[in-house]
Design a protein around this ligand. Structure first.
Ligand code: NAP
Ligand code: GDD
Length: 373
């Protein structure tokens, strides 16, 4: 065993538990976070935010040679990687045991809604059962008895990435923490299970387990399959003469779109409050896909109607027509406010993709790939 010290923290290394911190009056000197889904859009912003706050950040990564790890390492160097899969209970117990986190953020999921109709069972396993497996890993490693107890205790805090897709066919507008759920896709159904099992572990075991019900949030790191990024990449391609048309589905759907960097901050804030509660996170403003498209084309001086082609291939078996958040609780209790406006977000994404496609020195690679953060 050996001990290092600095003015800010002590680290004790022991052979079987490699990195235990010394606590001062029960408070860890540095908080340690474990993030599932760290290779995704939100994982990257959350890791950046937590590192800025002085956290030690670990990311759970699946697969023996996950290609997204290189991208993560390139952009966010300080993250430590541990292998595991939301489909594999044992790997999650090992990860929690090894990392000994103060906070666990479960962002891992199959997150593309259309894919959830094609692979409904896999979506249920990863997006729905995944949160249960992470909660079980925390329960087992924390030594919380499976017999009922609601005594709050010092323990690992858990964040579940719930979704406004759970509101689905909305019962009221705007949607708040009290709005009933009516999911419209296998993804939405799986998220609803994840939401309720998180609530159940809080109520059954007194765990600090919370869900953030996040509305759509986007960025230049967004996967190319989602509509905002598909549009920003499409606009950039057309502007640069690499394409002439952009094929889209339902232009009438309305979403409450915000910037992913702002939403990552809300996740951290939810785990550093006194009481575990669920929060709706969104801007409170809803726009149609048509408005998104019009603005994105106008950003580069083009008329969307000259380029957008409707294609039924992109319409869904059941659509979520309207989402609009009521973020009052987050504003009042967390002090959270979005900073980036819809106009700034669209301009940021279009400019980023123009730069990406203009300066790509490896055009043989597919520039639509989200590997090009
Ligand atoms: P994303 O970019 O699609 O990232 C999904 C992440 O999940 C990736 O890191 C992926 O890892 C990981 N993953 C997939 N299957 C896994 C498995 N079996 N085991 C472990 N990890 C697995 O999603 P995002 O936009 O960052 O969203 C983060 C979370 O928030 C998701 O749960 C999403 O459903 C939820 N959410 C997102 C929004 C939004 O607007 N972005 C809104 C509400 C809720 P690989 O690199 O291995 O594929
Ligand atoms: N992806 C896509 N592609 N969507 C299109 C297209 C298209 O060509 N044309 C129209 N749309 C419409 C969809 O029908 C949907 O109504 C809307 O654009 C937004 O689609 P996505 O960007 O794919 O996002 P989403 O709302 O289905 O799901 C996202 O937000 C959820 C939160 O509400 C994902 O990030 C989910 O993981 C997240 O939970």
């Amino acid at each position: 065993m050996w001990i290092t010290s600095s003015f800010t923290r002590f680290i004790v290394f022991v052979p079987d538990r490699p990195c235990l911190r010394v606590h001062q009056r029960g408070v860890p000197l540095t908080r340690r976070a474990l993030i599932t889904g760290i290779t995704g859009q939100d994982g990257s912003y959350l890791a950046e935010d937590l590192l800025e706050q002085g956290y030690e950040v670990w990311g759970l990564v699946r697969g023996q040679a996950n290609p997204h790890v290189a991208r993560l390492r390139k952009h966010i160097g300080d993250v430590q990687i541990i292998t595991g899969d939301l489909l594999d209970q044992g790997s999650l117990i090992s990860a929690v045991e090894q990392v000994q986190p103060d906070e666990v953020y479960n962002l891992g999921a199959i997150s593309y809604v259309p894919m959830s109709w094609q692979q409904a069972e896999l979506t249920a396993e990863v997006t729905g059962m995944g949160p249960l497996r992470v909660l079980e890993a925390i329960r087992v490693v924390s030594g919380i008895s499976a017999s009922r107890t609601t005594e709050p205790r010092a323990q690992i805090r858990f964040y579940q990435a719930s979704s406004s897709e759970m509101f689905g066919q909305v019962r009221e507008t705007p949607q708040s923490e009290l709005t009933p759920f009516h999911p419209r896709s296998p993804y939405g159904v799986a998220k609803t299970y994840g939401h309720f099992i998180t609530q159940n572990y809080r109520e059954s075991y007194g765990m600090f387990a919370v869900s953030g019900i996040l509305f759509n949030h986007e960025s230049p790191r967004r996967g190319a399959e989602f509509v905002t990024r598909k549009v920003s990449l499409g606009v950039a391609r057309i502007k640069l003469g690499l394409a002439t048309e952009l094929r889209l589905g339902n232009l009438d759907a309305r979403r409450d779109w915000g910037f992913a960097g702002d939403y990552a901050k809300a996740m951290r804030m939810m785990l550093t409050t006194d009481r575990p509660e669920d929060y709706v996170i969104g801007t409170g403003v809803t726009r149609s896909v048509r408005e998104l498209v019009e603005l994105a084309f106008a950003t580069v001086g083009l008329n969307w109607e000259d380029h957008v082609v409707l294609d039924s291939k992109y319409t869904r078996p059941a659509e979520v027509d309207l989402l609009c958040a009521d973020p009052k609780k987050a504003r009042e209790q967390l002090g959270w406010e979005p900073e980036v406006t819809f106009e700034e977000l669209v301009a940021m994404m279009v400019e980023s993709d123009l730069a990406l496609l203009s300066f790509s020195n490896r055009p043989e690679e597919e520039p639509f790939s989200p590997d090009h953060w």
